[in-house]
Design a protein around this ligand. Sequence first.
Ligand SMILES: *[C@@H]1O[C@H](CO)[C@@H](O)[C@H](O)[C@H]1NC(C)=O
Ligand SMILES: *[C@@H]1O[C@H](CO)[C@@H](O)[C@H](O)[C@H]1NC(C)=O
Ligand SMILES: *[C@@H]1O[C@H](CO)[C@@H](O)[C@H](O)[C@H]1NC(C)=O
Ligand SMILES: *[C@@H]1O[C@H](CO)[C@@H](O)[C@H](O)[C@H]1NC(C)=O
Length: 451
Amino acid sequence: METSAIAFLCLLCIHGAAAITAGTQDGMQLWGYATPRPKVNIFWWWYRSPNRVSSVVKPWPTILWLQGGPGGSASGRGNFLEIGPLDLNMNPRNFTWLSVADIIFVDSPVGVGFSYADDPSALVKTDSQTVVDLVGVIKVLLKKLSTLKSSPLFLVGESYGGKIAAMVGVSLSRAIRNGTIINLKLGGVVIGDGWISPEDYALSYAQLLHDVSRLNDNAVGDVNKMAVTVREQVAAGQFATAQKTWTNQLDLIDSRSDSVNMDNFLLDTGMNPVLANWQSMTSSQLMCRNSQQSQSAPNNIDDVINRVIKPMLKIIPKKIVWEEATLQVYENLANDFMKPAINEVDKLLADGVNVTVYNGQLDVICPTVGVEAWVNKLKWFGLSKFLSLPRQPLHYCDSAIYCSKQIRAFVRSYKNFTFYWILQAGHMQVPVDQPYPALRMIASATLSPGN
Ligand SMILES: *[C@@H]1O[C@H](CO)[C@@H](O)[C@H](O)[C@H]1NC(C)=O
Ligand SMILES: *[C@@H]1O[C@H](CO)[C@@H](O)[C@H](O)[C@H]1NC(C)=O
Ligand SMILES: *[C@@H]1O[C@H](CO)[C@@H](O)[C@H](O)[C@H]1NC(C)=O
Ligand SMILES: *[C@@H]1O[C@H](CO)[C@@H](O)[C@H](O)[C@H]1NC(C)=O
């Protein structure tokens, strides 16, 4: 959708008790609010792929994208900074994931992005409430989106969204099996730089950062000591306390590394690392910011979303101010933030759901070495076989234009589990730092006929 098309917006407002929906006249986009429980208004935004083809053998996939945080907005960040059809300057994105799948961005949990609660008491305090709400949203979407019945749904979550994707996947697969949800095929779960095992990550930081010359050698012991405390507190079920220790560990790393960027160990940040993803500018945002400032155009994502996108969508209540990170939502989940979700991944594999994990090589906050550590803890029957297999280097060299001799990624796959090591990419930045490999990866993971 070009900016010029905005004028042709057609509102199909269905002012029911439960939901408001709007869309573009050409039927390529629909968005709206779903109300999975009273006082909870969850914003979703669906895009139909312009490349959509479908066959019974190879059905066209739909991606449901979940942002991290908790507190980050899919409709803003995932859409305009990572995988959607337009970038923040409203220019087409070269390697939008829309070329291989339909995409639904959902602002979850309630309170994030354009989603809102009528009353603060309706905000979630547990991940399981987030999951119940999302399953409710998916039920609404099954009614709104005629394509969804015949389109396998892939839950794709980044960072904290990866944890939620795994949990929603378990709930959906069981609801499909017991007949509570019909007419839906769960295609798989994709976990990108996912927050699956906080203690494994905390235990990885010191060695990783020291090995890449980023942490003072005499700080390794102190940083590790805090990781051990995190592990003990997690084991004792003291999750909120563990989160505080982890935050202190990040502060210590910040001071003893002269502010390494926890999203990418090749970069610096001067900001509090806990919310570094949002409060400081990532490299892509910085680039955006610079180019935009020179044109005296909107200079940050909050401004673009509130000034350009919000009025265009028509249905967003005036009082809602979009922000890239909603701190209240993050703070409300303090008792669940440090809870691992390794068991959820195991449940998915036991249920026969396809699971794809991808991780950026330069990620620190959810480091690949920590992801490998939790993968090693899976009870999945295929694990030892999986670990014994070689990795396949991916050059992504079969396109005339984007042929590269360089290895861009590695992949290893066994039965229902696939792991992509994406080189030269940071946290929440895989589609940004490596757009073409990321697109090929997701096309493959979703078995897209557009691959
Ligand atoms: C998109 O592709 C065009 C044509 O290959 C290229 O000129 C342009 O720089 C690319 N844009 C980005 C943001 O990479
Ligand atoms: C079906 O599974 C869902 C998800 O696990 C669960 O919430 C629901 O209670 C189950 N319903 C029945 C009838 O078993
Ligand atoms: C899982 O992925 C494999 C290909 O990797 C595919 O053959 C299989 O059909 C998928 N299973 C499900 C349940 O979608
Ligand atoms: C996925 O898991 C299910 C259940 O364990 C199994 O029947 C199926 O063969 C697996 N798929 C692949 C591609 O191994």
